[in-house]
Design a protein around this ligand. Structure first.
Ligand code: PMP
Length: 356
């Protein structure tokens, strides 16, 4: 079959499981446990069914404008896409078109190497230090671009703005993408740096802190020139990425800053007590600045605990990968869900035996 030679063959990204049943405590894909702003539903009446005959605005102007306004930047410094996965994929396609390898951490969002393979972008992974931290000094070598999440995933560790600036300033010939999917849960955004450097892109999402994973909205900020390049590639790939309903929902959602802040606060408060309680049960937990915890237990095999929790209808995330195959990533749910989670863990042999 000679056509097989012409087929693009890739190993796809594996998303966390979306169970079909509802009797599950779902702590495996970093969704927000609280509902989004009421404005998201209220705005739908503004979209007339007749309008759905027509293509949407390819520039998603209303949404881009609302995001830009809320964040105090220009529309021309803002880009919107179908979740930050779409935004990041467009960024890879636009900014990582050189011959030198792009750099990202060895332990990080597992979509980066998939996009790099798909787009035939050479890449090199940079090991996190033994405490799973990103060291800016390790990124001072020849490269065709840099991408990392802040806070990192799945570790939840944040990087300070000064360290991020060091990476951007030290690589003036590369575009540096800061993936801020989880930034609203305790890290500082690199957004101000788009006005200081010409080589930085910051991406964020409505999926986590704005409770709209199911609607699919992501966005990027950057200097005008970079956003123009990004739009050129987007229009060359698929001009109508954002549908009319999504544009309206996103614009309404981002303007409700109060609900957004309250939901982030609730997640952070829950994270604080769950961290303490898991430490009491003998878990070693990385200091999280995100809506999930990265946890290991010296006496318990993470893969076995993951499978056992699943039997108990509690889903967490397990990555069978070097360096992290003894860790679980646990999304912060409601207080009630996390209470059940902690109580269930106490039934597992070897957990909680140190408790005094
Ligand atoms: N970046 C990171 C680090 C993530 O963990 C995720 C969520 N899987 C994303 C980007 C993409 O999220 P979304 O496409 O829902 O915006």
């Amino acid at each position: 079959m000679s056509w097989e030679e012409n087929v693009r063959k890739v190993v796809p990204y594996t998303p966390g499981e979306q169970p079909k049943t509802t009797n599950v405590i779902k702590l495996n894909t970093n969704e927000n446990p609280y509902p989004p702003s009421d404005a998201v539903w209220a705005c739908l009446s503004s979209v007339h069914p007749q309008d759905l005959r027509l293509y949407p605005d390819p520039a998603a102007t209303d949404l881009v404008h609302a995001i830009a306004e809320v964040y105090g930047v220009k529309d021309s410094e803002t880009f919107a896409g179908v979740g930050s996965d779409d935004v990041l994929a467009m960024c890879f396609m636009t900014f990582f078109h050189g011959k030198k390898p792009i750099l990202f951490p060895d332990i990080t969002y597992s979509f980066y190497d998939v996009w790099a393979d798909l787009m035939e972008i050479p890449y090199e992974t940079v090991p996190l230090d033994e405490d799973f931290r990103i060291c800016p000094g390790d990124y001072m070598k020849e490269n065709g671009g840099i991408v990392f999440p802040n806070p990192n995933a799945p570790t939840g560790e944040k990087l300070g703005l000064d360290a991020i600036e060091k990476i951007i300033a030290g690589n003036p010939d590369s575009v540096v993408i800061v993936d801020e999917a989880y930034v609203d849960f305790g890290a500082q955004s690199a957004l101000p740096l788009i006005h200081k450097y010409d080589n930085v892109i910051v991406t964020q999402t409505f999926s986590k802190s704005r409770s709209l994973a199911g609607v699919r909205i992501g966005y990027a900020f950057g200097p005008e020139k970079l956003i123009k390049y990004l739009n050129d590639v987007k229009y060359s790939f698929n001009s109508y990425t954002m549908n009319r309903l999504t544009i309206a929902m996103g614009a309404a959602c981002v303007r409700d800053v109060e609900t957004f802040r309250a939901n982030c606060r609730k997640v952070m408060d829950t994270r604080a007590w769950v961290t303490e309680e898991l430490r009491d049960l003998g878990f070693i937990i990385h200091e999280s600045s995100s809506n999930f915890l990265f946890a290991t237990h010296p006496r318990v095999d993470a893969g076995e605990l993951f499978a056992w929790l699943k039997e108990k209808h509690i889903y967490v995330r397990y990555f069978n990968k070097p360096r992290i195959n003894q860790y679980l990533r646990i999304t912060i749910g409601t207080d009630e869900d996390m209470r059940t989670f902690c109580d269930t863990l106490k039934e597992y042999p070897g957990i909680g035996e140190d408790k005094v």
